[in-house]
Design a protein around this ligand. Structure first.
Ligand code: JFZ
Length: 442
C-alpha cells in the first residue's frame, strides 16, 4: 500500500511538472514570428483598380490586406477563384525559418486558416484549401514544421474558429447584414472542430492562436463552445498552448497565455504569461502600398519593454505572393537579429524586476543566480548627462559592465540609497539599445 501511495505521488508530481513545463518555453522565448499568408496575399491590398484603405471605408484597420474580400466587397465566386492563382513558385520553408532563427525568434505562428476560410493544408473536410491550387501535392505547413524542427523553433497555427466567409454558416463581419439562416453549430461541427483536429493530428503544434474580437463572437463562442474547443485540444495534445483570444470576452481559466490587442503594450505586469501580436507596417498580410514600416530600433524597444514586463513579442511578416519575404521586412529582421545576437542574454529567460526606480526610458530585466541576481538595465532613450540612476545600494553591486563589449563601468553612490553609472559617449549614428549588466548580491 505504501509503495502504491508512493507510486501515485510520483505520478502526480510528474503530471504537475509536465504542466509547468508546457508553458516554460513560451515564458522564456520572448520573440516569435507571425505570418499572415493566404489567397489575399495574391492581391496585396488592390483589386480591380481599388486599393485599401478605400477612402470610403478608411479606419485604423482597413489597411489589413487579409480583409480585402470584405473591405472591397469582392463577391465570393470572384474571390474564391483566386485558388487557381495561388502559385508561390519561390516559396522556401527553410529560408523563412532560417530568417526567423537568425532574427533571434524562438517560435513561429502561421495562418493555417484566416477569416476568408481558405485552408493552407489539404483538409479532409473542405475543398477550399491548398489542394485546389497549383501547389496541390505540396505540404506547405509540413515543410514549415520540418524547418522549425531543424532550426529548433517551436511552432503553431492561427486558426479562425468563428469567422469563416466561405462556409455558409460561419461568422461574417458585424457591419454586413447577418446571415439570416445561419446555423453556426453546423459550421462548428462540420469545419471548425474537425479542422482544428486535423491540424493537431497532422502537425502536432506547440500552440494554437485563436482570434475573437467583436460582440458577435460573444454570442457564437459561448463558454460551452469555448470549453468544447479547449477540451478537444487537450484531448489530442499534452503540449499545445491555447491563447486568450479563443474567447476574448471571457477566456476562462484554462487558457495558457493572454494575447494583447494588436500592437498593444500593457503598462503593468500581468499575472499570466502574455504576448503582443505586432505588425511591421500597418497590415498583417502583404500589402504592396503599405509603406509605413517601423524601424528595427522601434521594434526592438517594444520587444525589450515587453520582456521587462514578462511578455513576448510576436512580430508579423506578410510574405509576397511569390512566396518570398518583403525586403524591408528582411532588413528589419536582420537588424534585430544582430542586436539579439549580442544582447540575447538580457532578454531570453529573464524576469521582470519590480520596484527598482530608475530613469524614464530605462527598462529592467533580471536573472536569479546563486547568491543574488543579475540586473540588466536597457537604455531605450538618451539619458540626462549620459548617466544612469538606479535605486540599488552600492555595497550590493559587485560590478557593472556593458553587455555587448564587456567594458566595465564605475558605480558611484548617489549619496542616498542608490547609484549612478555614467556611460561612454555615444556615437550619434548608433541607435542601438545599450544594456548595462550588474551583479547584485543578495
Ligand atoms: C484580427 C484579425 O481580424 C486580423 O486580420 C489579424 O489576423 C489580427 C492578428 O487579428 O484583428 C484584430 C483582432 C483583435 C483586435 C483588433 C484586430 N482587437 O481586439 O483590438
Amino acid at each position: 500500500l505504501v509503495l502504491l501511495g508512493l507510486y501515485y505521488s510520483v505520478i502526480a508530481q510528474e503530471v504537475s511538472r509536465k504542466e509547468v513545463e508546457k508553458i516554460s518555453w513560451f515564458k522564456e522565448a520572448r520573440f516569435g514570428m507571425f505570418v499572415h499568408w493566404g489567397l489575399y496575399s495574391i492581391l496585396g491590398g488592390t483589386y480591380n483598380g481599388r486599393t485599401m484603405p478605400d477612402t470610403a471605408l478608411a479606419n485604423g484597420k482597413s489597411w489589413y490586406a487579409e480583409w480585402i474580400q470584405q473591405r472591397l466587397e469582392i463577391p465570393n465566386n470572384e474571390y474564391q477563384a483566386l485558388v487557381e492563382k495561388f502559385n508561390p513558385s519561390r516559396f522556401n520553408a527553410d529560408e523563412w525559418i532560417k530568417e526567423a532563427k537568425n532574427a533571434g525568434m524562438k517560435y513561429f505562428v502561421i495562418t493555417a486558416k484566416h477569416h476568408d476560410g481558405f485552408a493552407l493544408w489539404d483538409s479532409n473536410v473542405s475543398n477550399y484549401d491548398i489542394a485546389a491550387t497549383p501547389l496541390r501535392g505540396r505540404d506547405i505547413l509540413g515543410e514549415l514544421v520540418d524547418a522549425c524542427k531543424k532550426y529548433g523553433l517551436k511552432y503553431g497555427f492561427y486558426y479562425s474558429h468563428w469567422q469563416d466567409w466561405e462556409h455558409p454558416n460561419g461568422a461574417i463581419p458585424y457591419w454586413k447584414p447577418a446571415r439570416k439562416s445561419r446555423d453556426f453549430e453546423k459550421y462548428w461541427k462540420e469545419k471548425s472542430l474537425p479542422q482544428v483536429q486535423e491540424l493537431i493530428e497532422r502537425y502536432d503544434p506547440d500552440l494554437l492562436w485563436f482570434d475573437t474580437w467583436d460582440e458577435e463572437a460573444k454570442e457564437l463562442i459561448t463558454p460551452a463552445r469555448r470549453d468544447e474547443l479547449i477540451h478537444l485540444v487537450r484531448k489530442l495534445s499534452s503540449k499545445c498552448l491555447i491563447n486568450g483570444r479563443i474567447a476574448m470576452h471571457d477566456p476562462g481559466n484554462e487558457i495558457d497565455f493572454l494575447e494583447m490587442m494588436d500592437n498593444a503594450y500593457p503598462k503593468q505586469l500581468l499575472d499570466k504569461p502574455w504576448q503582443t501580436p505586432a505588425t511591421m507596417n500597418h497590415t498583417w498580410a502583404w500589402h504592396s502600398k503599405d509603406f509605413n514600416w517601423k524601424s528595427s530600433g522601434q521594434m526592438l524597444r517594444y520587444l525589450v519593454s515587453n520582456a521587462s514586463k514578462g511578455g513576448n513579442y510576436l512580430l508579423n511578416i506578410g510574405p509576397k505572393p511569390d512566396g518570398t519575404l518583403p525586403p524591408p521586412a528582411i532588413r528589419r529582421l536582420r537588424e534585430m537579429g544582430a542586436w539579439m545576437l549580442t544582447h540575447g542574454e538580457a532578454v531570453y529567460a529573464t524576469q521582470p524586476l519590480r520596484d527598482v526606480p530608475t530613469n524614464k526610458g530605462v527598462v529592467l530585466t533580471q536573472k536569479r543566480i546563486e547568491g543574488g541576481q543579475i540586473i540588466y538595465a536597457h537604455i531605450l532613450d538618451e539619458l540626462p548627462d549620459n548617466t544612469l540612476k538606479l535605486a540599488i545600494a552600492k555595497d550590493k553591486i559587485q560590478n557593472c559592465q556593458l553587455v555587448e563589449t564587456g567594458e566595465m563601468r564605475n558605480v558611484k553612490s548617489d549619496g542616498n540609497k542608490g547609484v549612478t553609472i555614467s556611460l561612454p559617449e555615444k556615437d550619434p549614428y548608433d541607435n542601438a539599445i545599450r544594456v548595462l549588466k550588474l551583479y547584485v548580491k543578495e
